[in-house]
Write a protein that binds this ligand. Structure first.
Ligand code: MSP
Length: 667
């Protein structure tokens, strides 16, 4: 950029999210990480940085291969659909990423192979044998002593004994250098507590060499020199942060981009994967002779009242459901305001509604709408020129400068909740200012000059709030300014928000619909189906999901919305009799059933094998969802689904209590 004859280069800011596993739809926990990263990216852009923001998907590994197999699909076909849903979600949430990397892309896999070859050549990686425990959900290796009661110490899940030929990375060789790096760069790992954990639990006791290849499945990037090995999924995944920029791409333009943005300023994630990012990743980079990221940030978890969100608990919340009903900015605001960054936070519908009602409808929405309504009534909707500023306004003006300092300081420290709290101090002050100055009384008393100053000040407060809100609520901020009649320009820059009086007068306002209408909490909870969460009613979908039924994965989980009777009548339920039942090879949860409907026999695959022996089922009259799209489960076609009631441990088939011919409709 040319500025007064000198070259001014913007400082760069490279920020990344974890690349998510596309084995399922993402939930509000994933949305939290991504929204936090997006808010920081937007803030840095407003502060004049040349920002590069990367997100993507981590598409290899045993877990994904198994999921796809269970759904009777190839891994890529299975993943493609989910990735599409993830991209759509980020679009809806206004995630302003510059690049989305998929680890199945060639631009990634060929570079990972090159990296592996280099490490092999220089002796950092060697061939040996691995014997030990492996946690597939976490894709991590554990030693006997590291296990907790025989389970994965990280996720508590089951571990498998793995014995195979494997390549190993000499992690230990770099451990001292890494410890020194931690010492020299106190800001590298945030928060501080995670650094102690990494040092005490992993680095100081001595780092073992890490197994970095697998041979017992093939869904991964093959080692070029020995293709029966696929590269360990974490080595593959972590590399995305440099492959996406263009490292070793051979394309001079992309290599220049890599040189421009690397090292990353912030790798954002939650605490459970900090270990991979603050130990394995920096060591890989050291071995490749590359600079280390400036910061790894491990934030807390978004929890439900009953703990972590998980499919088996059925407490997973789909962000799409909240966006559909309340809009993306409401969700973004809630996530950033409610959770103190770094700490765990709990999601409840009640706290979500409260934030919407108190902060967004009462405080912000009210300030905007009453200001616009008064302006319309007292000044034909045109923002007047202010006259003399009284002490009330000059105090406000000075206070705004200190609020600007506090907001910036909070943003720099990634204290998003605190920044919003500071911004809301001004929102509330705006409402109080109106109460104190009583523009209606000034109008009545014919105090035109004073009224002009007051009206101007009200809108000046709204302008400043809209600028500060921009990184958090990218839809609402411009919508507020649209209603103010204020186009982007000198009065919408970040720095303009600390200067009271920047708002140009004579703007013609354009009042619109309330930005955040007040909600009737009881009604909302009923609409969302959370007043009485009927476990049994979600059970069939849950059960089918376990079997990988894609058709049911499109439904929100854990929350059941009220539906119209017309929605229910779309489902054709019929009585069917089991004429035969058999197990499916290598699928311990599934049974293949032939069901008679009187005039036809249907084949249905059902995830009930853990609860019913095939012979128990013959002659039972069950209830069939007869108009489901056919799917393939473990390669076996299924033309419908049978209903069952279940809890976490029990499952009982739904049947009919009296004598009724097969094929009868259930309504
Ligand atoms: N694929 C790996 C990451 C590889 S990065 C090189 C992975 N994927 S994941 O799909 O399991 O995503 C984990 C990340 O999602 C967490 O680190 C966090 O950023 C986000 N979250 C998932 N659940 C979350 C909560 N309940 N709360 C907050 N963040 C959560 O691990």
């Amino acid at each position: 950029m040319l500025h007064g004859g000198t070259m001014v280069t913007k400082p760069t800011f490279y920020i990344t999210t974890p690349i998510y596993y596309p084995n399922d739809k993402l939930h509000i926990g994933h949305a939290y990480s991504t929204t936090v990263a997006d808010t920081l990216a937007r803030y840095k852009r407003l502060r004049g940085y040349d920002v590069r923001f990367l997100t993507g998907t981590d598409e290899h590994g045993q877990k994904l291969q198994r999921k796809a197999e269970a759904a009777g699909m190839t891994p890529l076909a299975y993943i493609d659909g989910i990735v599409e849903g993830i991209k759509k979600l980020w679009e809806r949430l206004d995630i302003s990423y510059d690049d989305f990397i998929r680890t199945t892309e060639e631009r990634h896999s060929t570079v990972v192979q090159k990296m592996f070859s280099r490490l092999l050549e220089q002796g950092d990686i060697y061939l040996d044998h691995y014997e030990g425990w492996y946690c597939t959900p976490d894709e991590s290796f554990w030693t006997e002593i590291q296990l907790k009661d025989g389970h994965c110490p990280e996720c508590g899940g089951e571990v498998e004994w793995v014995k195979e030929e494997g390549y190993f990375f000499r992690m230990g060789k770099y451990a001292d250098r890494l410890v020194q790096y931690y010492k020299d760069h106190p800001e590298f790992l945030e928060p501080e507590s995670r650094k102690h954990e990494m040092l005490n639990n992993f680095l100081l006791p001595g780092l073992e060499d890490l197994c970095v290849s697998r041979t017992t499945f093939d869904w991964g990037i093959p080692v070029r020199e020995n293709p029966k090995h696929v590269i360990y999924v974490w080595l593959d995944a972590l590399s995305n942060y440099i492959t996406a920029l263009g490292y070793l791409s051979g394309d001079p333009e992309l290599e220049a981009r890599f040189a421009k943005y690397w090292p990353a300023d912030v790798h954002m994630m939650s605490k459970e994967i900090v270990r991979f990012h603050s130990i394995y990743w920096p060591i890989m980079l050291m071995a490749l002779d590359l600079p280390l990221p400036k910061q790894v940030v491990g934030h807390g978890w978004l929890l439900m009242k009953d703990g972590k969100m998980s499919k088996s608990k059925g407490n997973v919340i789909d962000p799409n459901q909240l966006i559909d009903r309340y809009g993306s900015d409401a969700l973004r605001y809630f996530l950033l305001r409610e959770i103190s960054f770094g700490q765990d936070g709990v999601f409840t519908y009640e706290s979500f509604m409260d934030r919407l009602n108190y902060d967004l409808a009462n405080d912000l929405g009210n300030l905007l709408h009453r200001s616009l309504a008064m302006l319309k009534k007292f000044a034909s909707g045109v923002i007047p020129e202010p006259a003399h500023l009284t002490e009330l306004e000059t105090e406000l003006r000075d206070w705004i400068v200190s609020l600007a300092d506090q907001t910036e300081a909070a943003m720099e420290r990634k204290e998003f909740s605190k920044a919003l709290e500071t911004i809301w101090q001004l929102v509330r002050r705006g409402n109080r200012y109106i109460d104190e100055t009583a523009p209606w009384a000034l109008h009545k008393a014919g105090e035109g000059e004073r009224l002009n100053t007051v009206l101007y000040t009200m809108f000046e407060v709204l302008r400043i709030v809209s600028v500060w809100m921009e990184p958090f609520m990218p839809k609402t901020a411009p919508e507020m300014r649209r209603q103010l009649g204020l186009a982007s320009g000198a009065a919408t820059t970040w720095d303009s928000a600390r200067v009271f009086g920047t708002l140009p007068p004579n703007l013609v306002t354009a009042p619109g619909e309330p930005i955040f209408p007040r909600l009737d909490v009881e009604k909302e909870l009923a609409v969302l189906g959370v007043l009485a969460l009927p476990d049994a009613s979600v059970a069939p979908a849950k059960e089918a999901n376990k079997a990988g039924d894609k058709a049911t994965q499109a439904q929100p989980e854990g929350v059941v919305s009220l539906i119209e009777i017309g929605d229910f009548t779309k489902v054709e339920l019929r009585v069917a009799e089991v004429v035969s039942a058999e197990k499916i090879a290598k699928a311990d949860k599934l049974l293949k059933l032939q069901l008679s409907l009187g005039d036809e026999v249907r084949q249905v695959v059902s995830g009930i094998a853990k609860h019913y022996a095939p012979e128990q089922l013959i002659g039972q009259k069950v209830i069939l969802v007869a108009n489901l799209k056919p799917v393939k489960l473990r390669g076996v076609e299924s033309h419908g689904m049978i209903l069952a009631a279940s809890t976490d441990t029990q499952l009982v088939l739904a049947t009919v209590s009296g004598d009724i011919p097969v094929g009868a409709k259930v309504k």
